[in-house]
Write a protein that binds this ligand. Structure first.
Ligand SMILES: Cc1ncc(C[n+]2csc(CCOP(=O)(O)OP(=O)(O)O)c2C)c(N)n1
Ligand SMILES: [Mg+2]
Length: 580
């Protein structure tokens, strides 16, 4: 007898061992057999039996209080888990770290007159500080998800004073193969608090990935710059990172190339700060260290190793204090060289009239310190391919990724300081979705809205979008072509002028270049301005293709070819074969 051949159960056992949780009180039954059968042959664990689950859980409270260790209780289906409630209530109010593992049949069986399948998805408020539902692992996504749930639940036992935690573990009762001599290798996630010993960062290749970030404090910028010099680190940003300090790269232009793989896109440690990013950066790293006062296990890259529950300034200041003065920024210099090469190509290449062409010709005209709002996806992506020479502050609705509130968010910002100019770039669907906001009576003269009207959600017409598998049919419902006056030359003009805006428009490059200086000028205008620019959806896609094909390499071409040949299903099958 060895461990059960069940990935979730093996993972749970590994994470228990990693966290040095060895005391278990079991109650008899069939659903818990696979877990209990596995731990009883592992001498690491100290196991007790108690028939009555009510009593078992109270015993766990006593054992945990006395030993100052978390204690696991584990039970079967039927009403077994219901009998944990009195002692879990006791544990909740006394913050005792009891881990209740309730073994369950497949969740789809609940409420179908199937014996012993009861619903444990909702628990009373005061019996556990966290409750998670762990499914059977059938795919790589399940595996990553289960790993996170198990780590998260077990860490919670001692988090913020600790308390009881519930894991509802879905078990395949038909699988009784106890043939695994070793536990599968599992990722462990540790939480580092302010006064804990810090993991070592020396001799690692480090990048700081900055998601959407509020405007930076001066001291934080200085601490991060120092960190980059001491640890040879580089910051990977997009406009919404709002980082206006040294050692920053906007890597989309390098890492988004269709046929080129940069050898610089690999990091031992990616330090992850900020919120949801709309840059869709494809990054390669060994592990991720997330830094945020919320201390959550946010696993954007599926490589989370540590969560540092502390402010960014504390994290960087602490690590800076561990190293004697050093200065090496070669990783930044190398990446910057590659960035400059691609940026030059992007500035020199022929682009059709499009959001991308507009971004390229406008970004460096915006006055220093401007506020820039970019609509999600196409506008944000287009502008992220071009870094700006001057400091800007940039915001995008990346929290929920809706096209429903762009104008309102931008108008809200503009109310804050009427002496600042607020620039915005938005597509037609997003504009018309929210255009009642333009009638808001609080609007002043400090808005400059660039409306890129291509008559559809051009995002879905892009040459590389999965929606293009619909062919011409994509226009009908997915890209929603032809609404809102179908690129009417007068609709926005009439509406906006009647509301007191100044309206200008452009339909080609010359037109645009003639008007852009007026649009971006720092000079105070009497009215807010709407600059409507008409582009063509095919040109938008062609421009994107050009920007993503500035450089190629043999490896990049081969990888891209393989990607195009393989359908999603085939890719999954090959992955599975490789895993075996
Ligand atoms: C509320 C909401 N509905 C639907 C979507 C899906 N969606 C994402 S981008 C997009 C198209 C936006 O079109 P447009 O504003 O014209 O920008 P373009 O892609 O043409 O630049 C849609 C419908 C969304 N993000 N939010
Ligand atoms: Mg559009």
């Amino acid at each position: 007898m060895y461990y059960i051949d069940d990935k979730a159960i093996q993972m749970l056992i590994s994470v228990l061992k990693h966290n040095n949780i060895k005391k278990i009180i079991t109650s008899p039954g069939a659903m818990s057999l696979n877990f209990v059968g596995s731990v009883q042959h592992d001498s690491f664990f100290e196991i007790y039996s108690c028939v009555d689950e009510r009593s078992a859980c109270y015993m766990a409270c006593g054992l945990s209080e006395d030993s100052k260790e978390p204690v696991v209780v584990v039970c079967t289906g039927a009403t077994a888990s219901r009998n944990y409630l009195p002692a879990l209530t006791e544990a909740y109010y006394r913050k005792i770290p009891v881990l209740a593992i309730t073994c369950a049949q497949h969740f789809s069986r609940i409420d179908h007159n199937i014996p012993q399948a009861i619903d444990r998805t909702v628990i009373p408020n005061d019996v556990a500080i966290m409750s998670v539902q762990v499914p059977i692992i059938n795919s790589q996504d399940d595996q990553i998800g289960c790993n996170l749930l198990i780590n998260k639940a077990i860490l919670e036992l001692k988090h913020h004073g600790g308390g009881p935690v519930h894991i509802n573990l879905c078990v395949d009762a038909a699988n009784n193969r106890f043939t695994s001599k070793e536990l599968l290798s599992t990722r462990f996630i540790d939480r580092i608090m302010l006064n804990d010993t810090l993991p070592n960062l020396e001799n690692k290749k480090i990048a700081i990935f900055v998601g959407a970030h509020s405007i930076w404090d001066y001291n934080l910028i200085k601490a991060v710059e120092k960190f980059c010099e001491l640890y040879n680190a580089v910051l990977l940003c997009d406009h919404t990172s709002n980082y206006n300090g040294k050692y920053k790269i906007m890597p989309n232009i390098i890492f988004d190339q269709d046929n080129y793989i940069s050898s610089l896109n690999y990091f031992d440690v990616l330090i992850h700060i900020g919120n949801i990013s709309g840059a869709y950066l494809k990054l390669n790293m060994k592990e991720v260290w997330r830094v945020n006062p919320d201390g959550k296990l946010v696993d954007t890259f599926s490589k989370l190793r540590y969560t540092f529950e502390m402010s960014e300034i504390n994290f960087f200041t602490k690590y800076n204090s561990l190293v004697n003065d050093k200065y090496n920024v070669s990783n930044y210099v190398n990446l910057k060289k590659e960035f400059d090469e691609l940026e030059n190509k992007a500035f020199e290449c022929e682009l059709p009239f499009s959001n991308l062409w507009i971004a390229r010709n406008t970004i460096n005209l915006l006055p220093k310190g401007s506020y820039l709002h970019l609509a999600i996806l196409n506008s944000l992506r287009s502008w992220n391919y071009f870094d700006r020479k001057e400091d800007l502050f940039c915001f995008t609705n990346t929290g929920g990724f809706g096209i429903d509130g762009f104008l309102s968010s931008m108008i809200g910002s503009s109310l804050h300081d009427e002496n600042k100019i607020y620039f915005g770039v938005v597509g037609d669907l997003a504009f018309f979705y929210d255009f009642n906001a333009l009638g808001n009576r609080h609007i002043k003269n400090n808005l400059r809205i660039l409306l890129i009207n291509n008559g559809c959600g051009t995002e879905f017409h892009n040459y590389n979008h999965s929606a293009m598998s619909l062919g011409q049919d994509v226009s009908k419902f997915v890209a929603a072509d032809g609404h809102f006056g179908n690129k009417s030359k007068s609709l926005v003009k009439h509406y906006s002028e009647d509301l007191g805006f100044e309206y200008i428009s452009a339909k080609n490059k010359d037109d645009f270049l003639e008007k852009i200086n007026y649009f971006i000028s720092e000079e105070k205008k009497d009215k807010s301005i709407i600059f409507e620019v008409f582009t063509d959806s095919n040109d938008e896609s062609d421009a994107l293709k050009k920007i993503r094909n500035l450089k190629s390499s043999a490896m990049g071409i081969a990888k891209n070819k393989a990607k195009n040949i393989l359908s999603g299903n085939a890719k999954d099958r090959i992955k599975k074969i490789i895993e075996r």
